[in-house]
Design a binder for this molecule. Sequence first.
Ligand code: APR
Ligand code: PHB
Length: 395
Amino acid sequence: MKTQVAIIGAGPAGLLLGQLLTVAGIDNIILERRSADYVLSRIRAGVLEQGTVDLLREAGVDTNLDAHGLVHDGFDIAFAGERVRIDLAGLTGGKHVTVYGQTEVTRDLMNARQSLGASTYYQAEDVQPQAIDTDSPYVTFIHEGEQYRLDCAYIAGCDGFHGVSRSCIPEDRLKTFEREYPLGWLGVLSDTPPVAEELIYATHERGFAMCSMRSPSRSRYYIQVPDTESPDNWSDEAFWAELKRRLPEPVADTLVTGASIEKSVAPLRSFVAEPMQHGRLILLGDAAHIVPPTGAKGLNLAVSDVNTAYRLFQAIYNDGRADLLERYSATCLSRVWKTERFSWWMTANLHKFSATEDFDTRMQQAELGYYLGSKAGRATIAENYVGLPFAELEQ
Ligand code: APR
Ligand code: PHB
């Protein structure tokens, strides 16, 4: 088998890159370890930056997004007994975010790929990039018991944090940076109307809580728990009771509760691998970096890598600029680190880390008090939340 770009992983990064390349006439094949149903069963965040929406539109995947995406002009941070609104539109000259589940983005991309007839191998086993240091790389894998070799010009590693691609970069070339937080988010999805029209990030002495949504009749709520916590330890009743305790009283009083349709604990971690390219292999999305969910940047950061990779492949195939491959990593990383900073800042300042009132807790209060009380501070939060501009591949 032969293609131009072999894509490993059918998460949002792999699927969106595949869609953009196919529309642009650049041949690609996706190899995914799991089944399509398994990929679609993963519930993840649901806030899209404007740049993410624009790129989905460029890929021609905007019908459901336009029909069901909820445009949000602001969100609230509950702090010290007050709800402070971050007026995204007012503070950024009219920018906003769109609330639309990552699962839906993935489903839309899978359907679009199928209707273009582009090829995807689900349940591909033992996927292995080969000869990435040469001009003739290839990927080997097993599908339905048969061994395959996929020859290609480039390999796009979109296979998430636990994928195989990152480990193909020689150990002496790869440097990783990591911060683990001793906490997780216990999330519940329920068919209940959202408690507020906009998202609420709530600080509380019992721990952080947040209110999000998927539609006018489907809500997503989270509470901070220890990272060792199991969702099995939480009945629906216990979850709702704890969530209510952590929300401002007027919000808690209007919360509509109901049966959970999904309950899971997500760990919180910051991670970056450098460089994001070695030979003919590039890394995109969670394969190269992880952000904690505070600020909803995971999917958006994957999409900004996709944007860079897509511009790169266009430059290579339309303008003969194979030399630009060398710029891929630095271009992506300049934006990755800024987004890592924002996700870390939100995480560090909105959660409870210490059982006692110590210097760090006072610093959190001072930090939030300062940022939320200052128009410039709120503008900084807003500018990051709606998404920093995509980094340009220097030509
Ligand atoms: N071979 C083939 N596919 C693999 C392999 C492998 N060895 N390892 C992992 N995969 C697949 C996974 O099954 C998954 O479907 O790669 C895909 C990676 O998808 P994601 O983990 O969703 O990563 P990404 O596309 O970068 O999306 C980033 O989505 O995962 C969330 O929190 C993440 O919001 C972030 C965004
Ligand atoms: C979500 O809707 O799941 C969500 C929203 C905002 C976040 C994280 C998750 O910061």
